[in-house]
Ligand binder design. Structure first.
Ligand code: BES
Ligand code: ZN
Ligand code: ZN
Length: 503
């Protein structure tokens, strides 16, 4: 999507579509709305009164101007009461606008930006929410249909009218655009089928990012993993015809490689469950078990474009989890990269194994803080539902930062308890240091607690996106399928690390 910023008066220019914010202010239209109302000879007031023009938030009404205005059509975006509007609902309102425009196959749109400002929501906030909301909402996954049934139009030209500083508005539009692009890339990775997006393909994708954005990169293959003893990831890969990959990308935002934020994403390209095999219903959709990896790669794309002065290392253990005569099995004992031994009680609890080596490898690459993201457990869905990401942490201060970033992104996170008794349960094995599946009671917590065993004092936050990585229903900010959950949160976390350092 391209855009331009103008400071002319929006009603003095011609537009095919002019987007205007409509507040719920009974019997009073102000500013640009009042001018529009005058153009419409007072008709807007009666349309609002009779309910033909809704000021309800996330509701968009199209009104042809029948020659009364230089704008051919006006799109009124309901914003509700000023005191109730949040950045989240504004972003979603722009999402609803984007969907309506896409469905009407509109390519050129003008926006009266200043009609959307409110207390605490400045022009630049509106600008960011505008590109972010529209581009998230109008995402679609092409797939592999010979004949696409999707409209191939996208909003191409966005003309933004504002009295605010054009530089500032341009920058904010760019940030919203970049955040949406990274999220949409993550969505596409998750939507891709596992026979096409293998671990090697994911590594190639990461190398492309590295080349484009100047990241340092390292890809480990099976032999390299064997030589350094990356036994947990190797165990998960043991039954597969596809070789595993450990993917590392480094964004060097500072002179020195210190104060490094590690982002570790679960990259299980398909999860059959292994010998603890999933049922025929539970297995469908397990191509999305690399949602954590996708969020990390999407965030790296954003980081590559925004180039924050913050060191980041992305680590993605990638493989599928298959059955064969060579596959690992329950009762096996394996040795992870950091030397801890693990009794396998359930081969379907494979994500934590891959992540254990991922976390250790991130530490070996200098990570001083770690955030892992994973479609880890059905348990988190039972606990929190499908719209909340579950979290565990060993460091409340780091968790606070993640929470702040997630609030800015509009992605809900809820912290689960992480207690000594949880640690005891994962350490309880007659034959090894740890077991990979202590039971079904509270297993979202045990899964996180298992990963915690490998952090060894490094501040860490674990994000379980099993519920949030995909959705069965279309929503204001996108279609059914992959959501790109936590992509924007991770990217904004990196930005925030910077702000805190500068203060
Ligand atoms: N990939 C699954 C978790 C999952 C479930 C993701 C549903 C998305 C939707 C994970 O590897 C898994 O199978 N977890 C098991 C853990 C159990 C064996 C302790 C689960 O949640 O049942
Ligand atoms: Zn599994
Ligand atoms: Zn899994």
């Amino acid at each position: 999507m391209k855009w331009s910023v103008h400071n002319e008066h929006p009603l003095e220019e011609s537009h095919d579509y002019l987007v205007v914010g409509l507040w719920n202010k009974p019997s009073k239209l102000e500013g640009l709305l009042k001018e529009l109302n005058d153009e419409f000879e007072g008709e807007l007031t009666s349309l609002v009164k009779e309910g033909d023009l809704s000021s309800k938030v996330r509701t968009v009404t199209k009104l042809p101007s029948l020659g009364k205005s230089k704008a051919k059509r006006i799109l009124f975006v309901g914003l509700g009461k000023e005191k109730d509007l949040t950045l989240d609902s504004l972003r979603e309102s722009f999402g609803a606008t984007g969907k309506l425009l896409k469905d009407s196959r509109v390519e050129k749109v003008s926006v009266a930006l200043d009609t959307f400002t409110a207390e605490g929501i400045e022009e630049s906030d509106v600008a960011q929410a505008l590109t972010e909301g529209i581009e998230l909402a109008t995402y679609s996954y092409e797939g592999y249909k010979q004949k696409s049934n999707l409209p191939d139009v996208a909003i191409d030209v966005l003309s933004v009218y504002t009295q605010a500083d054009a530089h500032e508005i341009n920058a904010a539009l760019e940030v919203g655009h970049v955040l949406a692009e990274g999220t949409n890339s993550a969505r596409t990775l998750v939507n891709m089928p596992a026979n096409i997006l293998t671990a090697s393909k994911m590594a190639e994708y990461a190398l492309d990012l590295a080349e484009k954005y100047g990241f340092e990169s390292e890809i480990l293959g099976k032999e390299e993993m064997e030589s350094i003893g990356m036994g947990a990831l190797l165990a998960v890969n043991q039954g597969s015809a596809e070789p595993p990959r450990m993917i590392v990308l480094k964004h060097k935002g500072k002179e020195e490689w210190t104060d490094v934020l590690g982002l570790v994403g679960k990259g299980i390209t398909f999860d059959t469950g292994g010998y603890s095999i999933k049922g025929k219903d539970g297995i469908v959709g397990m191509k999305t078990d690399m949602g954590g990896a996708a969020a990390v790669l999407g965030a790296m794309e954003i980081i590559g474009k925004l180039q924050p002065e913050q060191n980041v290392v992305a680590v993605i253990p990638a493989t599928d989890n298959m059955v064969s005569s060579k596959a690992f099995k329950p009762d096996d004992v394996i040795t992870s990269l950091n030397g801890k031994t693990i009794e396998i009680l359930n081969t379907d609890a494979e994500g934590r194994l891959a992540l254990a080596d991922g976390v250790t490898y991130a530490k070996q690459h200098g990570a001083n803080y770690i955030v892992d993201v994973a479609t880890l457990t059905g348990g988190v869905i039972v606990a929190l539902g499908l719209d909340k990401t579950g979290a565990l942490t060993n460091d409340e201060a780091l968790f606070e930062r993640v929470l702040e970033a997630s609030a800015e992104a509009g992605e809900f996170i809820w912290q689960l308890p992480y207690t000594e008794s949880d640690k005891k349960r994962v350490r309880n094995s007659p034959v090894a240091d740890l077991n990979n599946s202590p039971g079904r009671d509270g297993h979202a917590i045990f899964a996180g607690a298992f990963i915690g065993e490998f952090t060894e004092g490094t501040p860490w936050v674990h994000l379980d996106i099993a519920g949030t990585a995909t959705t069965k229903k279309a929503h204001y900010l996108g279609p059914a399928g992959a959501t790109g959950a936590m992509t924007r949160t991770l990217a904004l976390l990196v930005e925030q690390f910077l702000l805190e350092k500068k203060e």
